[in-house]
Write a protein that binds this ligand. Structure first.
Ligand code: AMP
Length: 511
């Protein structure tokens, strides 16, 4: 079995890896680190949770150990689609580079330009950035990318979803291909991403790790099918179902992430939970950075119980120890289901994940999920009802007017135009448009709207009596008769496969 010490990493990096508690390299690390250290381009096809961040951070630190950064000229660049991912990479960098003298700057929206300018002005070894913010700095004449020796593109397919490909192309164009080595990571390889790699990577070592199409076997899943009594009450009744589910979990619910498909619902659900006495806060890309960081920190350190979020805000976030995930909405993209429920049951812990599906509206999306994971998600009765416990009443609230809650979020011109530009002529997006569109930090929020109105999750609470729990696949609970059958397997075995690693340092808050 390969050991970290076989990988020719710098001894200082090895020491930090050891201190992080890693024993053996993950497959993506084993595959990507050696070619990266040889100076080759790498195309890593791997998702979050596979250890991919270390697979580019460790060789990067090793490669950069010699040499010094010049003012305004970073020696390496990591591009991430969202602020949170960028912050997470920065945290990884801090961990692995702790025994070196390498310096870094994090360029993300919501942080003042002044501070960031100062750091870059002094010269940094590693620049970690979202594309929009990076281009903002470049436009202001505060940054020169000609000396970038290692460039990392992380989560390229997410960049595509968010309309950032023109920005990425532009950034590639600002670097010197004769100096630059590229480490490129994507969970999937749609044609636009293939094209990008063909254009900008030179004879890359292609390292692919198994796709995560299934969720950890430690996650108990369930879906509550729900039919609103009236269309105009659907949203508030659904929030009632959520509260019932939360209540049913009783003391087993330590904390939870609640996913909504749209930003507007993230806010509404968070407010509604708060109104009902639950300790909830929202996270999505429209919130300012300090608020997002505060909320995440509170959730990580256990002072916040319910995090309500969108897919984009939560994607890639490594928050160990989440006991529950609730899908307030069935995700429109089946693969997001696996990402969402994978926020719980990490590192071999038990987790519970429940989805609220409006019938018949969500039937198709649910089918797609079950097709993808290759099994049925057990149907469970709405807690309270089955047990004779009174379900949560519909809300009299209008935390946001129902109409508003149901409305599609406004799309930014930038997202729309980018999406269009990508679709029409992905290779030839005009630079001006890309620049104008490079609004700092906006990625998370806007991508959510571009991607068929996906939303961000939030936390929920659970302080109620114990109605019957949705069945655990393992314990073979009842299935509700509301299940529309397509002749799928009816076993309730858990699905397997995610294999997350969760080291302690990610429990620390963002600097
Ligand atoms: P990533 O895919 O980069 O988001 O990493 C997922 C998780 O795996 C993070 O919590 C990492 O700290 C952790 N991790 C990375 N490499 C290893 C390793 N070799 N052994 C154990 N955990 C790891």
């Amino acid at each position: 079995m390969t050991k970290f010490s076989d990988l020719k990493l710098d001894p200082k990096v090895l020491k930090a890896v050891e201190e992080a508690g890693y024993e053996t390299p993950t497959p993506i690390q084993e595959g990507a680190i050696p070619p990266a250290l040889e100076g080759r381009d790498v195309l890593g096809i791997a998702q979050t949770g596979t250890g991919k961040t270390a697979s580019f951070t460790l060789p990067m630190i090793t490669l950069l150990k010699r040499g010094r950064a010049r003012a305004m000229m970073p020696r390496s660049l990591v591009l991430c689609p969202t602020r949170e991912l960028a912050a997470q990479v920065a945290e990884n960098f801090d961990t692995y580079a702790r025994h070196t003298k390498l310096t870094k700057a994090l360029l993300i929206g919501g942080v003042s330009f002044g501070e960031q300018d100062k750091l870059i002005g002094r010269g940094v070894d590693v620049l970690i950035a979202t594309p929009g913010r990076l281009l903002d700095h470049f436009e202001r004449g505060k940054l020169i990318l000609a000396d970038v020796k290692v460039m990392v593109v992380d989560e390229a397919d997410r960049m595509l979803d968010m309309g950032f490909i023109p920005d990425i192309e532009r950034i590639f164009g600002l670097t010197n291909p004769l100096v630059r080595q590229t480490l490129f990571f994507s969970a999937t390889m749609p044609p636009e991403i293939e094209r990008l790699t063909r254009t900008f990577l030179t004879n890359p070592a292609r390292v692919e790790v198994a796709r995560q199409a299934t969720a950890s076997e430690t996650i108990t899943q369930g879906v509550v099918q729900f039919k609103p009594s009236r269309k105009d009450r659907a949203a508030s009744e659904k929030r009632g179902v959520l509260r019932d589910l939360i209540a049913a979990e009783g003391n087993d619910l330590r904390n939870a992430i609640i996913f909504c498909n749209r930003k507007v619902d993230v806010d509404v659900v968070a407010k509604s939970l708060k109104k009902h006495g639950l300790d909830a806060a929202a996270i999505h890309g429209d919130l300012d950075q300090s608020q997002r960081t505060r909320t995440l920190d509170a959730f990580r350190d256990g002072t916040l119980k319910f995090l309500v979020a969108s897919d984009v805000a939560a994607r890639g976030l490594d928050i160990p120890n989440v006991s529950h995930v609730f899908n307030f909405d069935v995700p429109g993209h089946a693969e997001d289901y696996v990402h969402r429920i994978g926020r719980t049951g990490r590192a071999g812990r038990e987790g519970r994940a429940f989805t609220i599906a409006t019938t018949p509206g969500d039937d198709k999306a649910l089918d797609a999920i079950e097709q993808m994971i290759g099994r049925d998600v057990p149907r469970v009765d709405r807690p309270g009802r089955a047990d004779g416990v009174k379900p949560a009443p519909p809300e009299a609230d209008v935390d946001a007017p129902e109409g508003k809650a149901e409305a599609r979020p406004a799309r930014s011109r930038r997202s729309r135009s980018r999406k269009k530009a990508d679709a029409a002529a992905p290779a030839a997006a005009p630079a001006e448009e890309a620049t104008a569109a490079a609004v700092e930090g906006a990625p998370a929020a806007e991508s959510a709207t571009v991607e068929a109105d996906r939303a961000e999750p939030e936390p929920s609470e659970a302080e109620r009596a114990e109605p019957p729990r949705p069945q655990s696949p393992a314990s073979g609970g009842r299935r509700s008769s509301s299940r529309g059958g397509r002749g799928r397997r009816s076993d309730d075995e858990p699905v397997v496969g995610m294999g997350d690693h969760v080291p302690d340092f990610l429990l620390r808050s963002f600097a």
